[in-house]
Structure formats: structure tokens, C-alpha cells
Design a protein around this ligand. Sequence first.
Ligand SMILES: Nc1nc2c(c(=O)[nH]1)N[C@H]1C(S)=C(S)[C@@H](COP(=O)(O)OP(=O)(O)OC[C@H]3O[C@@H](n4cnc5c(=O)[nH]c(N)nc54)[C@H](O)[C@@H]3O)O[C@H]1N2
Ligand SMILES: Nc1nc2c(c(=O)[nH]1)N[C@H]1C(S)=C(S)[C@@H](COP(=O)(O)OP(=O)(O)OC[C@H]3O[C@@H](n4cnc5c(=O)[nH]c(N)nc54)[C@H](O)[C@@H]3O)O[C@H]1N2
Ligand code: SF4
Ligand SMILES: [Mo]
Length: 699
Amino acid sequence: MNQPTPKSTFSTCPHDCPSACSVDVHFYPHGDVRRLNGARDNTYTAGVVCAKVARYPERLYHPDRLLTPLRRVGKKGEARFEEISWDAALDLVAEKFLAIEAEFGAQSIWPYYYAGTMGQVQRDSIHRLRHAKGYSRQFDTFCTNMAWTGFTAGTGRLAGPDPREMAQSDQIVIWGTNPVSTQINVMTHVTAARKKRGARVIVVDVYETETMKQADIGVVLKPGTDAALACAIMHVLFRDGFADWDYLNRFTDCPKELEAHLKTRTPDWAAEITGLDPTLIETVARHIGETKKTFFRLGYGFTRSRNGVVGMHAAASIACVIGSWQYEGGGAFHNNGGIYHFNKEMIEATSLKDPSVRALDQSQIGRILTGDPAALLGGPLVKAILVQNTNPVSVAPEQELVKEGFAREDLFTVVHEQFMTETAQMADIVLPATQFLEHDDIYKGGGHQYISLGPKAVEPPEGPRENLFVINEIAKRVDSKSHPGFDMSARDHIDWLLQNSGQGSFDELYSEKWRDVQPDFETSHFLNGFGHSDGKFHFKPAWGKTFSPNKPDGDTVFGPCSEMPELPDQWDVIELADEDHPLRLATSPSRSFLNTTFNETETSKKREGRPEVWIRPDDAVRFGIEDGAKVKLGNRRGVVTLHARHVETVAPGTVISEGIWPNAAFEDGRGINTLTGADPVAPYGGAAFHDTAVWIKAA
Ligand SMILES: Nc1nc2c(c(=O)[nH]1)N[C@H]1C(S)=C(S)[C@@H](COP(=O)(O)OP(=O)(O)OC[C@H]3O[C@@H](n4cnc5c(=O)[nH]c(N)nc54)[C@H](O)[C@@H]3O)O[C@H]1N2
Ligand SMILES: Nc1nc2c(c(=O)[nH]1)N[C@H]1C(S)=C(S)[C@@H](COP(=O)(O)OP(=O)(O)OC[C@H]3O[C@@H](n4cnc5c(=O)[nH]c(N)nc54)[C@H](O)[C@@H]3O)O[C@H]1N2
Ligand code: SF4
Ligand SMILES: [Mo]
């Protein structure tokens, strides 16, 4: 007899988002998923999810979902395929991988992944195959490098005050993040602080975002000038007696030196660099000085610049000058990655990892696939690539090179996907993937402090298989070193992970749904000392030697590391505007797409309209750009065609293009990342997606 369909169950949103929301999944009587909502009994999610996930059935039951394995029959990129069976597809993949390994060596095969799912099992099992075979490693650089490095350069640990404490703050500074779009739950706790305590909200961005529209004070500065603003704020704090010297002397490395260094970093100095009114800088600094319970919610956006590490470190330093870390509702928070301590041996086979195998820079995939010897780190050409949970033909910088690389006839490409993305279109073999409600996984919050379970809620359609299956089945066919992880189900993996990380078991977490692992107040606020060996916050980090979760192997550093300023300062390594490229472009997130995920759903596309570039009316006049006109944006990396919109509140000399639209939504198929660069940011790499000089002209 069939089991009666439950009315609802629980899960966790798997997408690449700091909120990692706990969700309730509601069913129709016939068993299909009806809708999702945020779990009310989870104290961070607090009943709220973003609109795109609330309407998840649109993605789950999308008519364009991939349902069968496919083999290319047309030319590369023509996207002509024939259906084949799973066995035939996996056998073919294994045969090719073995032949390529025999001829060119294991490192000519590159498993390429990212965070399209944040599930620990489904996302990270690819490393088990990689390490067991000695395939090339991946240096992850799309997202977190600059932010995490800048933050931990100061704090020594990627953690901070309980994010729910925002509700206890008197003032919240939302810096370089647009939570209304990118992590809506921040706003829940911000709103609570406003309602309960009349908290003031200050937002720092390069244009007036939806988040800024809700703020008491909006600070719209030129991209890549955040360190100048932070320095001027700290200058005023020292100058006007707001500095907490007891705190500074106990908890920081060189406060006197910082004070002296900032003497010349006046609001007038910063106004020149940031384009801000010096009186606005004075006002913001005074509000910060007068409000001990100030919570700095520091995002990723302002770090996606060539000086982004320095910007993050400078912003985090402000919390030290006023000693706001000492108070509930005070301090600086960026991400909680450092609190979880998961043992990943069974998922990733970390014991089989060979540090002598090269780690190729994910963002340089264009250079790598087109055979740039520097990007290949002196090793062999990449002859095969296995892609899971990412869409590099759209999201990676230097798109022209990425396309050229994937078009190589001698590159064997396997893409495991839910949809026929731009990357899947370039594949030799396309494998259909399950969606999160169709498989088991476990998640941890970057923006909160929960470990949460996402148990399988519905059966997948006939065809799609989970990532774990693909990895285990390839491993069996390519003579990989044996590892018990290849014989385990997702539930077994979750159970092992929890048992070996001191967090109970699968069954325990199933009954709890999520587990709060926030450290105690003293630890969270670094009142037992910061994470560095001297226990201090470092205003003067040893750049290139300092701890970061993103620190590459050995003493490898990137970019002009030796020129990084010793103390917080403006650092002019950004792609400055010049005569040929008079504007600076930031490619900020759109509300209804999540990177390229959801850019396949009709409601999201409808809400977003069309690819646009937003320009201030006065800048538009300078370049003769009418509101609504078709325009070209270009630089030495390429040219894109899109439509202009006049928007008043954008930083001067700056243009904004929201969202990663499908490449095909642009007139000539060239997506926004045609313009962005893949040169690594100092000191530990990362892509400067919001740091691009461009020209504009009417098309
Ligand atoms: N709806 C939606 N949600 C998302 C995503 C998405 O694409 N869409 N992406 C997800 C991912 S992968 C991540 S990593 C997170 C990232 O989320 P966030 O931390 O919010 O970071 P970003 O999305 O890069 O950019 C945030 C803001 O930084 C601004 N910004 C750009 N340059 C500067 C600068 O120089 N200074 C300052 N002060 N601000 C600047 C941008 O205009 C943007 O409004 O969001 C996740 N959530
Ligand atoms: N211009 C510009 N470019 C950017 C950024 C920006 O701000 N501006 N942001 C950058 C950042 S922060 C990031 S993190 C990257 C993100 O870029 P990507 O990692 O490419 O993220 P998505 O575009 O969301 O693509 C994820 C893909 O994974 C697939 N997927 C989801 N779940 C599963 C699964 O369980 N199994 C399999 N096999 N597939 C799955 C989805 O269908 C989707 O196609 O983009 C970067 N690119
Ligand atoms: S806010 Fe982020 S984690 Fe929450 S449902 Fe939306 S995409 Fe998922
Ligand atoms: Mo990201």
C-alpha cells in the first residue's frame, strides 16, 4: 500500500547564499511540492525565505530540466545531442579519462566544481575522486578569497558575534552587501533592532540598492575606495576622543602607530578619493563614535576589487577603535566558516591529497583551457574536465577565453547539470542532476550558526542522479585508489561526518532538524583574545604570511603583495578609469537570479526585465547615452551589448550592471563577464568582479 503523502516536511536551501535557510516544504495531496516557506522555529531563518526559493516548484518542475544523459553529435557548442543510457555515459567517461590519463598524465584531468549546491556531501565528493586519482586540484577563487583574507588578517579567525545579535544593536552598518537581494534574513534581524530599539541603519555601497532605500543613511562611494572611507572614519574617532584606549591597548597590536598613521587621512582626503561629501563622512564617524553597540555587517561585494582585502581589513578595524566588540549587539561579522570544525575525510579523502599536485585557479579557467603556460602552472594541458554545480561559461571572468577553451575539439568535457546551461552546451557528455529536494545532504550557515539537514523530500523523475552517484560510479570505473567513501550513501556520509565532528548522528540531527553551534559570548566577541597567536587584532598584518582559510599552498602569494599597505590605507591597484576607459563597472547581484541559478525561470526573468547598464544622468550626457538606448560597453577583454537606464543614485563615474543574465540574453551572446578580469588579487587570489574599467557608446 502507498504511504499517505505528508502535508509537509523540512529541508535546507542548498544555494550559494550565506543564509542557508531552513525551509518547510509543503505538498499537494497527490504528492507534488506545492510551495516552500522559511521555517518559523529556526531562530535565524525566522519564517522568511527569498521570493525565488518560495516559488521553488517552478524550478523543480521546469519543462527544461535535463532528464537523460546526452552525448554530443554536433560540433562543439552546437548543442546537438543524442540520448544515451547512464551506463553507456559513465562507461564512456571512464574510458576517455583512462585513455587521457595514460597518454597525458592524471593532472591533465581537471574536476571543476563550485557551490551551486552548498551541501557538504553532494558538493565536496568530487574531491574524493580528485585526490584518489591525483587529478589536478582546484584553487577556489570565485568568491570568498578577498573577504575572508581581509577579515581574518585582522581577527585571526573567520567568526564573530552571533548574527542574531543584530537585533540587540543600536546601530547597524551594512557595508558592501545588498542583503535585500543576497541574504534577506539579515534584514529580519535589522528590522527587529529598528522596531525594538530604534536602531540606526547605515548602508555603504556604490549605488542606491534596495537595502540602501531602507537605510537611515546611505553612503554611495566610488568602487574600490572603502579603505579611504574607513580610514577617515577612524581618523575622526581618534581625533574626537571616541577611541576606546583601554580596549585598544588590551586587544590590538599597534594602536598608537595606527593613530599616528591616520593623522593625515582626514575626511577631506577621503572625500577626494571616494567622491563623498566630507560632512557626510564626519556625520557617519560621529554616529559610530557615539554608538558603542554598533554592529558592522561586512559583505563580499566591496572586496571584489584588486584592493578588496585591504578594504575589508580596514572596515573591520573600525570596530576595534571604538571597542564595539565588547558589547552585545556590537562588533564586526562577516562569515561563520570558522566555527564548524567538520572532519571531511570521508567525503573528500583528505588523507589522499597530494600537495605536489597542481592547484589550478578556478577563475583562470579561460587561460587554462586555452593553454596559457603560466595559468597551467608549468604542468600539462587540460585534456578533460568534469563540471559539477557551476556554470563557468557564464560566471567566470574573461569569457571570450573561456568560450575559446571549451570550444577546443581535443578537450573532453563532462557536465553534470540540472539545466542546459551555457557550459552544458559545450559538453561532450551531459549528465542530468537531481535537485536538492530529491537527495540527502547537510549544510552549514555562512551567515548564521546552524548545522542543518536537508533530507530527501521527493523522488526525482526517472533520469536525474545525485552528484554522489556520479562520483562513486566514475571512481569504480577508473581504477581509483580505494576509499570507503566511494561505497557510502549520502545518509552514511552525513552520519559519519557528524559522528566524527563531535555533532551526534544523522538520526539525532533528523530529530533536531538543525543544531545551533554558536560559541559562547566571550569567544564570539574575541574577549578571550583574537585568533592570532598573540591574541590581538592586527592593524598591521603580515601580508602574505597571515592566516586565511583561503591561503594557498606554501608561501605562494599573488598580485603585488609586497606593495600592500602595512596599515589600513587606500591602495591604488584597482583598474582606474583612464581616457580610453572613462567609467568603472560593478556587476552587482540581481534580486531574482542567484548567480546564473534561476535565470532559467520565467518569473525571475520577467522581474529582472533585460540586461541593462545603469548610468547617472550627468555621466549619460557626457557620453551621449539616452535613457533606454541600446549601448555597447567595452574594454580590452571584449565588448557587450545591452540597454542603458538613467539612475540618479550611482557613484560618479560608475556604471552598474545587475545580475548574471544568460549569455543568450545579450544581442551577440556575449555575457557580462566578457568584461571582467581573471588576474589574481593580492595576497591570496580571488576575482575582482566589481573592478572593471570600461568605455560606453551608443550602439
Ligand atoms: N539574489 C541573489 N542573491 C545572492 C547572489 C546573487 O547573485 N543574487 N549571489 C550569492 C553569492 S554567490 C554570494 S557570494 C553572496 C554575495 O553577496 P554580497 O555580500 O551582498 O556581495 P555582492 O553580491 O558581491 O555585492 C554586494 C554589494 O556590493 C556592492 N559593491 C560593489 N563594489 C563595491 C565597492 O567597491 N564598495 C562597496 N561599498 N560596495 C560595493 C554591490 O553594488 C552590491 O550591491 O550573495 C549570494 N546571494
Ligand atoms: N559578473 C559577475 N560574475 C560573478 C559574480 C558577480 O558578482 N559578478 N559572482 C561570482 C561569485 S561570488 C560566484 S560564487 C560565482 C558563482 O557561479 P556558479 O558557481 O557558476 O553558480 P551558478 O551560476 O549559480 O551555477 C550553479 C549551477 O549548479 C547547478 N546545480 C545546482 N545544484 C546542483 C547539484 O546538486 N548538482 C549538480 N550537478 N549541479 C547543480 C545549477 O543548475 C547551476 O547551473 O559567480 C561569480 N561570477
Ligand atoms: S535567502 Fe538564500 S538561503 Fe534563503 S532561501 Fe533564498 S537563496 Fe536560499
Ligand atoms: Mo559567491
